[in-house]
Design a protein around this ligand. Structure first.
Ligand code: RIB
Length: 295
C-alpha cells in the first residue's frame, strides 16, 4: 500500500523559554532555533522513516525548498510537491524548561491547494492506497470526499481542531487519530471512554486511535479495544510526538502489521521524539526504534 499525504510543511521557529508566555507578559527567550516541521511533513517523515512508501503532496514557498530536501532525504517521494511565490507556512513555538510547548501558525503556502491539483494527484492512486490528512492545509473536506469516492483508506488526524473539521463527514474515514482535546471538541465528552463510546455508537465502521499523552493510547475498532501504555522518557521537547505516533501508525497499516505491534512501535517512536529537540530532527528511524525496543 502506498501512502499519500496532502500535508503542511512549516518552518518552525523554536524559542526556548523559562515558561510559556502568559497573557500580557513579556519574556526574553534563551535561544532561537529553526527546524523543519509542520504536521504534514512530520507525519510523512515518520512514515517514511518507518519504512513505508510515502508520497508527499502540497505547496512550499521559495524559502521552504529545504523542507522538500529533508522529505526526499528521508525517503519520501516529493515529485507531486509544488512551489509558490506565497510565503512558506511557519510556526512560532515556545518550549518551556519542562519541555512543554505552545504553538501558533502562519498557514501561507499550506493553503494553496486547489481542487484541480488534488484531483490530478489522486488520479495516480488506487483503492489499495492510503491517504493521510491533518488540518493544516485547505480543502481537507474535499480531499476526504474524493479519496472516499475512490475507495481509498482515508486517515484523518483532526489537528489542529477548528470549525473546518465540522465540514468533514466522519463516515468517509477509515481511521481517526486524535488526542483527548480534539476528542472532546468532536464528541463533547471529557472522559476517554465516553469519547470512544460516542464514536462506536455514531460511527460504527470507523477505527479510532485516541492518544492520551503520558498515559498512552487506545485503539477502537468495533468491539475491539486495545490499550497501549506510553514509554517513560525524560522530556526535552514534546513537539511532533503526536505526528510521529501517527506516521508510524499509518506506516504499520500500510505494511499490514498486527495492531498490537503497530501501537507498540508507534508509542516507542513517539517516546524517542520527546527525548530530542525540534520536530523533524527528533523523528527516529525504524532502526532506532527497533534498537530502543530491544534495550
Ligand atoms: O505537531 C507539531 C507541528 O505543529 C510543528 O512542527 C509545527 O509546525 C506545527 O505544525
Amino acid at each position: 500500500m502506498k501512502i499519500l499525504n496532502f500535508g503542511s510543511c512549516n518552518i518552525d521557529y523554536v524559542y526556548s523559554l523559562d515558561h510559556i508566555v502568559k497573557e500580557g507578559e513579556t519574556q526574553t527567550s534563551l535561544l532561537l532555533e529553526t527546524f523543519a516541521g509542520g504536521k504534514g511533513l512530520n507525519q510523512s517523515l515518520a512514515a517514511a522513516r518507518a519504512g513505508a512508501e510515502v508520497y508527499h503532496a502540497g505547496y512550499i514557498g521559495s524559502e521552504g525548498i529545504f523542507l522538500k530536501e529533508i522529505l526526499k532525504d528521508s525517503g519520501a517521494d516529493v515529485s507531486y510537491m509544488r512551489e509558490t511565490k506565497k510565503k512558506n507556512g511557519h510556526a512560532v513555538i515556545q518550549v518551556s524548561k519542562n519541555g512543554e510547548n505552545s504553538i501558533f501558525l502562519y498557514p501561507g503556502s499550506n493553503e494553496m491547494l486547489t481542487r484541480e491539483y488534488i484531483d490530478c494527484v489522486l488520479n495516480d492512486f488506487s483503492p489499495n492506497d492510503i491517504v493521510i490528512l491533518q488540518n493544516e492545509v485547505n480543502l481537507v473536506d474535499y480531499i476526504v470526499k474524493r479519496a472516499f469516492e475512490k475507495e481509498m483508506t482515508v486517515v484523518l488526524n483532526p489537528s489542529p481542531y477548528n470549525k473546518k473539521i465540522e465540514n468533514i463527514d466522519l463516515n468517509m474515514l477509515s481511521y481517526l487519530i486524535l488526542n483527548e482535546v480534539e476528542a472532546e471538541d468532536i464528541t463533547g465528552n471529557k472522559a476517554p471512554d465516553d469519547c470512544l463510546d460516542f464514536f462506536k455508537k455514531n460511527y460504527p465502521h470507523l477505527s479510532v486511535v485516541l492518544t492520551l499523552g503520558a498515559k498512552g493510547s487506545v485503539f477502537l475498532s468495533g468491539e475491539k479495544r486495545v490499550f497501549q501504555p506510553a514509554y517513560k522518557v525524560s522530556v526535552v521537547d514534546t513537539t511532533a510526538a503526536g505526528d510521529t505516533f501517527t506516521g508510524y501508525f499509518v506506516a504499520g497499516i500500510a505494511k499490514n502489521e498486527e495492531i498490537g505491534e503497530i501501537l507498540k512501535t508507534s508509542a516507542f517512536a513517539a517516546a524517542l521524539t520527546v527525548s530530542k529537540k525540534g520536530a523533524a530532527p527528533s523523528i527516529p528511524t525504524l532502526k532506532e526504534v527497533s534498537e530502543a525496543i530491544k534495550n
